[in-house]
Design a binder for this molecule. Structure first.
Ligand SMILES: Nc1ncnc2c1ncn2[C@@H]1O[C@H](COP(=O)(O)OP(=O)(O)OP(=O)(O)O)[C@@H](O)[C@H]1O
Ligand SMILES: [Mg+2]
Length: 278
């Protein structure tokens, strides 16, 4: 059996530790390319032939009414859908030119390169330090100084360092919801992902914590490509470069966020963003 090459990811400055080398990529090539991607739950086609290119270091918002398939599409990118019995993906989805659904791609490795943050913060009930070092330790990083440098770097990138630097040994569950969500972002960054998937990451947070996460998302753009699902049109407009509007499993329109919010090409998009339906 041949082994597929690792998914090529652009060089990142996430951590100064010795992680596997990433292949360079020109900014003009899409980082993620979906072609006629359909996702089925049994016979039900939840995503219908979606084609979408996402370029490195862009922030892309996925919007659309409840049940239109945003989470389903997001979960197909890092194959979390694999864990759902009866779920099947058709079409072509590549990251850095590598077919994500090639049988030789290791989903665990893929999920390190395509990290995910969920609606509710889900830190491990361990220390802040352990939450961030869990993945890198599994990848073989053992040296204390390397792990400490990684923890500081990821917490700084997640805009949490100043708030927790004196209590890295405290249990992550003692943090506020907004802090826990930033810790989950720091934990995802520790694996040096090329793409960060965020499924309504502020839905469970108050407006202040939401504002911090939004600021953070914009800052992280320099180190990671972000695909964020949101029901909040203001959030999509504030943070994203591109917006993709989904409706009953179809990608209706995808364009620069400014265009989507000022001159959408499709009537359905306009009706949705102006709150006339959904
Ligand atoms: N595990 C599953 N098994 C069967 N059907 C599912 C499953 N998950 C989602 N679906 C169906 O697929 C469709 C898309 O669901 P999905 O959760 O992707 O929508 P969404 O756009 O993320 O909605 P929301 O905004 O409410 O989170 C819905 O009709 C939903 O009922
Ligand atoms: Mg959803």
């Amino acid at each position: 059996m041949t082994t597929a090459p690792p998914i090529a990811i652009p060089p990142r400055e996430i951590a100064s530790v010795n992680l596997p080398p990433a292949l360079p990529m020109t900014a003009s090539a899409p980082l993620m390319r979906a072609r006629d991607v359909s996702v089925f739950y049994g016979e039900f086609e939840a995503i219908k032939k979606v084609s979408l290119d996402i370029f490195p270091n862009d922030i892309v918002a996925l919007i659309g009414p409840s049940g239109c398939g945003k989470s389903t599409f997001l979960r197909s990118i890092n194959r979390i859908n694999d864990t759902i019995v009866g779920c099947r993906v058709a079409g072509e989805l590549t990251i850095g030119g590598q077919d994500v659904y090639d049988p030789n791609v290791d989903p665990v490795r893929l999920r390190r390169q395509v990290g995910m943050v969920f609606q509710r913060p889900n830190p491990f009930p361990r220390s802040i330090f352990d939450n961030i070092t869990y993945g890198p330790r599994l990848q073989g990083i053992k040296r204390r100084d390397e792990l400490e440098a990684l923890v500081e770097d990821c917490l700084r990138k997640a805009a949490l360092w100043d708030e927790v630097k004196d209590r890295l040994r405290a249990n992550a569950m003692s943090l506020s919801g907004g802090q826990q969500q930033r810790l989950c972002i720091a934990r995802a960054l520790a694996s040096r992902p090329a793409i960060l998937l965020m499924d309504e990451p502020t839905a469970a947070l108050d407006p202040i914590a939401t504002g911090k996460i939004e600021e953070l998302v914009v800052q992280l753009k320099s180190v990671v490509t972000i695909i964020i699902v949101t029901h909040n049109m203001h959030q999509a407009a504030r943070v994203s470069d591109f917006t993709a509007f989904f409706y009953v499993g179809q990608l209706i329109e995808h364009d620069r966020t400014r265009t989507i919010f000022t001159m959408p090409a499709k009537k359905q998009t306009e009706e949705y963003i102006t709150g006339r339906f959904g």
